[in-house]
Design a protein around this ligand. Structure first.
Ligand SMILES: Nc1ncnc2c1ncn2[C@@H]1O[C@H](COP(=O)(O)OP(=O)(O)OP(=O)(O)O)[C@@H](O)[C@H]1O
Ligand SMILES: [Mg+2]
Length: 323
């Protein structure tokens, strides 16, 4: 483990128990997050991005279980903690930003008071100090007339402004790690761009460590330092933005990037051939093999490990076995 590792997920398995059967949502996921970085987490719908985000903070629903592996945050093991212990860890160390800020905000409390509450629940400071810090934060968030904003109720604000409140609440308690799960998906494109710019500025000002979950590779390229590509409950590629975009090495990542290039030129939207596998009965070996044009015999039999193909660039693919 590197010295500046804030979060280390090791060989994590998560299942959902449903009437249709057991959904194997995460199958041996390993990931390290370093202090001050923004890690993008991408992959098609249903590949397990939110499951991973939820598992880290103990937010999995009742029908889910972590069946193997470990999660270390700030040197502390989180797997096996009680719900009450996890509540305190979330309060003191983590912040989540979700897609729908309206649902996460208290509708009958002024936004300023909600920010103050987030500060005071963790730190033993006076209300006056907390208020000053909240206002300072609103200024840093580039909010015009912070005093007026402070006294508004959530319903008086636009979606973009509400998401700014959520970001303020998230950062007010100075969390060790922010997990932002599709924070801009519900906003229109111009607001989306403003929020992303805001997150970038905040990163520069606060050196915040963030996991940014998104479908959007453009967003990743713009805001992240590194990227993790997931496919059907596994990690297929990890590297710096430069490495992965310049030299995408897993056939799935190559497919994803090809889709992006095509949609930029607005030609007919191509898709990666085949469909995402059923996670109740996942394919044997490499889970991508049924869709992979390079698949060989070994791919049907053996699950590939993540291998380092250049410094800090990892790929889970049998094509690289001899590299
Ligand atoms: N509460 C649940 N009960 C049963 N299965 C679930 C539950 N939540 C998620 N799943 C299943 O687990 C798998 C991973 O889902 P998850 O929501 O983590 O994917 P995701 O990558 O976040 O997708 P999206 O991009 O659509 O948000 C999917 O097969 C999904 O159907
Ligand atoms: Mg999700």
């Amino acid at each position: 483990m590197k010295k500046d590792t804030i979060l280390a997920v090791k060989d994590l398995y998560v299942n959902y128990y449903t009437y249709a059967g057991v959904v194997h949502a995460l199958n041996g996921v390993s990931l390290e997050i370093y202090k001050g970085e923004t890690m993008g987490l991408v992959g098609e719908t249903g590949c397990g991005k939110s499951t991973l985000g939820h598992a880290i903070g103990g937010l999995l629903p009742n029908n889910a279980r972590i069946t193997g592996g470990s999660i270390t945050l700030d040197g502390e093991e989180l797997v096996g903690r009680s719900p009450e212990e996890m509540r305190i860890i979330r309060r003191d160390k983590l912040a989540y930003i979700f897609q729908n800020p309206a649902a996460a905000l208290n509708p009958v409390m002024k936004v300023g008071d909600q920010i103050i509450e987030a500060i005071m629940v963790k730190e033993n400071i006076s209300k006056k100090e907390a208020r000053e810090r909240a206002l300072e934060l609103l200024k840093k968030l580039g909010i015009p007339e912070p005093e007026k904003f402070y006294k508004s109720y959530p319903h008086e604000l636009s979606g973009g402004m509400r998401q700014r409140v959520m970001i303020a609440i998230a950062l007010a308690k100075r969390p060790i790690l922010v997990i932002a799960d599709e924070p801009t998906s519900n906003l229109d494109v111009t607001i989306q761009a403003q929020i992303l710019e805001l997150m970038e500025n905040l990163k520069k000002q606060f050196h915040q460590t963030t996991i940014l979950i998104t479908h959007d590779l453009g967003v990743v390229a713009q805001t992240c330092d590194r990227v993790t590509v997931m496919y059907a409950g596994t990690i297929v590629e990890v590297g710096s933005i430069y490495q992965v975009f310049k030299n995408p090495s897993h056939p799935y990542t190559q497919g994803l990037l090809r889709v992006v290039k095509f949609s930029e030129t607005r030609s007919k939207l191509p898709t990666i051939p085949g469909t995402v596998p059923n996670l109740i009965n996942p394919p044997s070996g490499c889970i991508f093999h049924p869709r992979c044009k390079y698949a060989k015999a070994i791919c049907k039999k053996m699950k590939p490990e993540l291998k380092e193909i250049e410094n800090g660039h990892f790929v889970a693919c049998h094509l690289y076995d001899n590299v």
